[in-house]
Ligand binder design. Structure first.
Ligand SMILES: *Cc1c(COP(=O)(O)O)cnc(C)c1O
Length: 289
């Protein structure tokens, strides 16, 4: 349905990268303007399961700026299946760009209170939507992780010593851990503040041992989810000037800025060859946050 040939592996040499460390970016952001990056991989087996179970409708969850909502709306339009986005909070007088686009692609938007949203996973949605296949928020389930196991087959290069990716729910990271070579090291840069629960959630999506060594890096959330500082904006601009690669403020900007910091602190030994996963998310920049 989507053309993986759009995805490229781009070697980068920004001014801050020492000569003895090599780095390349896997440009999943080039897959599709809205079904960008990792969200497609998390959705694909969920869509298949919906079709296999005879479901005519996808129901999923997210906030007003959710890349997952944007990707689900676009993917369901491509797949020709109806969808509902259950959105956290009362309907605002002016919809975000993300929600306007989702609605334009045919997604029904159902706004629920923050209280109701908190118990969404315990809610029986089948009474309201008997035909719906429910995809959890962020595509965070075993089928989501399974889809992400395909990401590294686009690279197929075991000479990378480190594989580095931004972490929201950790579903993507779980897929990378499950599919990497055992001598590779996987590092997940967490964009949420105080997300100590993530280790265990990721663990629950992992294949049986042996697995490659992996760790979560909690130091680079930059003040918390979707928080922007002038330093981050400046870094993203400079990175774009030096590499031509656009980043987003929520995930990939923090990933690469955190990576730069860790490189400067010597956390990547000389001789490292680092694969940075660009998970997309550029549609969120249109919300101008
Ligand atoms: C959703 C998202 C992530 C986080 O993926 P998880 O599987 O939830 O950890 C990372 N990057 C971008 C651009 C995203 O939109």
């Amino acid at each position: 349905m989507l053309d993986y040939n759009n995805i490229i592996l781009q070697t980068i040499s920004p001014s801050w990268l020492p000569d003895n460390i090599r780095a390349a970016v896997l440009r999943l952001d080039l897959l599709h303007p809205e079904v960008s990056g990792n969200k497609w991989f998390k959705l694909r087996y969920n869509l298949e399961a919906a079709f296999a179970n005879g479901k005519k409708h996808i129901l999923t969850f997210g906030g007003a700026y959710s890349n997952h909502i944007a990707a689900t709306a676009a993917a369901c339009q491509l797949a020709g299946i109806a969808c509902t986005g259950v959105i956290r909070g009362e309907r605002p007088s002016v919809l975000s760009h993300t929600l306007r686009e989702a609605s334009a692609k045919g997604m029904e938007l159902l706004f629920i209170s923050r209280e109701a949203y908190r118990i969404k996973n315990e809610t029986d949605w089948s009474t309201l939507y008997p035909d719906a296949y429910v995809v959890p928020e962020g595509g965070n389930n075993a089928l989501g992780a399974k889809g992400c196991e395909e990401i590294l087959s686009l690279v197929n290069d075991p000479s990378f010593t480190h594989i580095v990716c931004a972490v929201g729910t950790g579903t993507t990271l779980a897929g990378l851990i499950n599919s990497a070579d055992h001598q590779q090291e996987i590092r997940g840069y967490v964009v949420l503040k105080g997300a100590a629960y993530l280790e265990q959630e990721i663990q629950s999506l992992l294949a049986p041992a042996p697995l490659p060594h992996w760790q979560l890096v909690h130091q680079h959330h930059g003040g918390g989810y979707a928080k922007v500082t002038p330093a981050l904006s400046g870094f993203m601009r400079q990175f774009y000037d030096e590499t031509g690669i656009p980043l987003d403020i929520v995930y990939t900007g923090k990933l690469i800025m955190g990576f730069r910091q860790d490189v400067s602190e010597g956390l990547y030994p000389p001789g490292s060859k680092v694969l940075l996963i660009h998970t997309g998310g550029l549609q969120g920049n249109d919300d101008g946050r």
